[in-house]
Design a protein. Structure first.
Length: 143
């Protein structure tokens, strides 16, 4: 059996991710935010007032990259940083009311894109696919 790189699971996952990201980036243009900004805003709408360290862990972004993304979101008035009590080095990150206003359209956008991406795939197949991805995640998290 010969190896076909364009049929490997790794390649297919990366290809799907890249295509999905491009779809999101195209739809996000009117909002002047990136896909990564969308991830941050949605996470903060679900779990507000978190430290940058917690947010980095929740979003899988490197802290240094997250700092730059938060700077941009803060400049746009979509998030705010407030000093954390009892720890002068840490800040709590919160979504602003302006950021919160974007959540419904951002979630709807995600649903529309995923509906398109998963067209022709049964509910059962989607559940199985989710289980496979979760298992891959768990396997890679093991130390």
């Amino acid at each position: 059996m010969s190896f076909e790189s364009d049929k490997s699971i790794l390649f297919l996952i990366a290809k799907a991710r890249n295509i999905l990201k491009k779809e999101f980036e195209k739809e996000l243009k009117p909002y002047d935010i990136s896909y990564a900004h969308r991830v941050i805003l949605i996470r903060l709408s679900e779990k507000d007032s978190v430290t940058q360290k917690e947010l980095a862990k929740d979003t899988y972004f490197e802290q240094s990259n997250l700092t730059l993304m938060l700077d941009k979101l803060e400049q746009k008035g979509l998030v705010k940083r407030l000093p954390k009590e009892n720890d002068r080095r840490a800040y709590l990150i919160s979504i602003t009311p302006e950021g919160q206003e974007l959540i419904a359209p951002l979630v709807e956008m995600g649903e529309t894109i995923m509906e398109k991406a998963l067209a022709g795939i049964s509910s059962e197949q989607k559940k199985e696919f989710s289980k496979f991805l979760e298992q891959i995640h768990l396997n890679l998290q093991k130390k």
